[in-house]
Each structure stands twice: as structure tokens, then as C-alpha cells.
Design a binder for this molecule. Structure first.
Ligand SMILES: CC(C)(COP(=O)(O)OP(=O)(O)OC[C@H]1O[C@@H](n2cnc3c(N)ncnc32)[C@H](O)[C@@H]1OP(=O)(O)O)[C@@H](O)C(=O)NCCC(=O)NCCS
Length: 156
């Protein structure tokens, strides 16, 4: 396991996604997670603006490697407003990925920590996510525990 030196610790900070991150490999990073075709600049701009309108209720965060100017880690959280639990809120963590060259340096944990802190600061009573069996241990290290089953129905 590689450790991060104090210099990297300073530069590898988590921040919110910026519109210029498309040119820093943000989409290519998502392609390491799942099927993600290339996105045109116009489509990116449109989606970025749509998501920005949700403000703190939808946050995509990233870590940029200051030396390569590349986005090397990302994740998102969506805040769902409910009627149950006294009109409570639930955070949904999605699309967590660390560049294959930067794994094992605690960056995934840093991203998930940022998303959990955000959900907590928004008043969520819990955060939830789906993951593969292979990633169960990673999320346990982030403080999650396994609960119930996951169901899905795809439309396409
Ligand atoms: C899963 C993923 C985000 C982990 O990111 P990472 O930066 O390599 O993980 P970290 O270095 O922050 O690991 C944090 C801890 O979890 C452990 N861990 C990470 N991945 C693990 C795995 N697959 N199995 C067991 N433990 C794991 C680490 O050993 C570390 O333990 P420690 O705190 O005791 O040292 C990364 O491997 C990845 O992007 N995978 C491909 C995309 C993906 O599957 N995303 C998840 C979608 S649900």
C-alpha cells in the first residue's frame, strides 16, 4: 500500500466539479467505472448547468492532480427529500472512482468522506449506496455496513 507524502496531502484536496474539468479527463475517469460514451462540450455544459441548479442537493466532487492537471478521483451525492422520518433527507452516493494509477492512496476514502460530510451537513439521517461484492471491504473501511438486498430493473 502506497502512502501519501505531506506534499501530496496538501495538493490532493477534494473540491467540487468545475466546468473546465471536462478537459482534464473527467469523462475518461468515469469510463473506468462503467459504460460512459464520450460527451460533447455542449452536452457537458448543459448537464453541468442542470446539475448546478440543484445547488447543495447534488454535489459532484473531484480530486485534481496538480502536477498532471488531471482529475484522478470523483464521486457524487444526491440529497433526497422525504416525508418519512419527520420530512427527513437521505444522501445517495454514486459514481465513486479513482484513476487506476492512483488507487491504494486513500483517495477513494477521501472522496467518500467528503460526500458523507456533505450529506451530514445537509441534515441527512443516513447515506446509502450500491456496490459490487469486490468493493464491500472498501466501503466498510469508509464506515458503511451491509444492509438488505439491492434490486434493479433496467429500461434499456
Ligand atoms: C473502489 C475504489 C474507489 C477504491 O479507491 P482507492 O483510492 O483505491 O481506495 P483507498 O486507497 O481509499 O482505500 C481505503 C481502504 O479501503 C481498502 N480497500 C480499497 N479497495 C479495496 C478492495 N477492493 N478490497 C478490500 N479493501 C479495499 C484499502 O486497503 C484501504 O484500507 P486502509 O484504510 O486500511 O488502508 C477504486 O478501487 C476504484 O475506483 N475502483 C473502480 C471503480 C469502482 O469500482 N468504484 C466503486 C463503485 S461502487
Amino acid at each position: 500500500m502506497q502512502s501519501i507524502n505531506s506534499n501530496e496531502e496538501e495538493t490532493l484536496r477534494v473540491r467540487k466539479l468545475e466546468i473546465t474539468d471536462k478537459s482534464k479527463g473527467f469523462i475518461e475517469l468515469l469510463q473506468q467505472l462503467t459504460i460512459c460514451d464520450s460527451v460533447s462540450d455542449n452536452d457537458f455544459q448543459e448537464r453541468f448547468q442542470e446539475l448546478s441548479a440543484y445547488g447543495d442537493n447534488h454535489v459532484i466532487c473531484v480530486i485534481e492532480d496538480d502536477s498532471s492537471r488531471k482529475i484522478i478521483a470523483t464521486g457524487s451525492v444526491f440529497i433526497e427529500k422525504k416525508f418519512i422520518r419527520n420530512c427527513g433527507k437521505v444522501g445517495h452516493i454514486e459514481d465513486v472512482v479513482v484513476d487506476s494509477s492512483a488507487r491504494g492512496k486513500q483517495l477513494g476514502k477521501k472522496i467518500v468522506g467528503f460526500l458523507m460530510d456533505h450529506a451530514c451537513s445537509m441534515g441527512c439521517y443516513k447515506v446509502i449506496l450500491d456496490c459490487s461484492v469486490e468493493n464491500r471491504a472498501f466501503y466498510e473501511k469508509c464506515g458503511f455496513k451491509e444492509k438488505e438486498v439491492k434490486m434493479v430493473k433496467y429500461f434499456i
